[in-house]
Design a protein. Structure first.
Length: 202
């Protein structure tokens, strides 16, 4: 007997708050971060964040869902690269140099092809992982983790219109998710070490 399929919800992560849309709820519900717990996308007190988010989930009687998590533009660090005569290895090195300059200890990233080059999108992995882990521990699954810029829209908060956009377009861009197909976080630091080892051996 197959497991019951969870309905799809949206978790929108902004630098100051999260917005949650779940089937069966009449409105988007938001939670504002306390600056003593999260500030400038840095988690200052992970235990308190977990406690408050768990209380937020229970108080609003959220039923477990399969979440499409969307990262707001103001928590992303992005750079576009124009393809020239560089080899694939040189392009990888350019990407890694950019990622090394991103001011976070743990960086989650994805490279997206453009018409004349590629874009590297990065975010603080510790920040979004801390939030998503609490939802997972409350019975939610993670369907995808996607930067908002992939939707070609400048959505700044969840509304009925933006929920519709995310639900309609997510399937076609899931290949750029920052989590694996199983919903596990991509091993960011491990991936960085592999790249660094390859560069060292060149």
């Amino acid at each position: 007997m197959s497991a019951k399929r969870l309905p799809t919800g949206i978790l929108f992560i902004d630098k100051d708050r999260i917005d949650v849309y779940l089937p069966g709820k009449r409105a988007v519900i938001s939670y504002d971060f306390n600056e003593e717990i999260i500030k400038y996308c840095e988690v200052l007190d992970r235990e308190q964040l977990h406690t408050q988010l768990k209380s937020f989930i229970e108080t609003n009687k959220f039923s477990p869902s399969s979440l499409i998590v969307v990262l707001a533009k103001n928590i992303l660090v992005e750079k576009d690269f124009v393809k020239g005569q560089e080899t694939d290895e040189q392009q990888k090195l350019q990407s890694q140099q950019f990622l090394d300059s991103v001011p976070f200890e743990s960086v989650g990233s994805k490279t997206v092809p453009l018409e004349k080059g590629f874009r590297v999108i990065a975010a603080n992995a510790d920040f979004y992982e801390a939030i998503m882990t609490t939802f997972q521990q409350s019975g939610f699954s993670i369907q995808a983790l996607l930067p908002v810029t992939l939707y070609a829209t400048d959505v700044q908060k969840l509304t009925a219109d933006s929920v519709r956009i995310f639900l309609q377009k997510s399937e076609s861009i899931k290949k750029y998710s920052l989590v694996s197909d199983s919903g596990n976080f991509i091993a960011v630091k491990e991936a960085e070490e592999i790249v660094k080892k390859k560069n060292y051996m060149m």
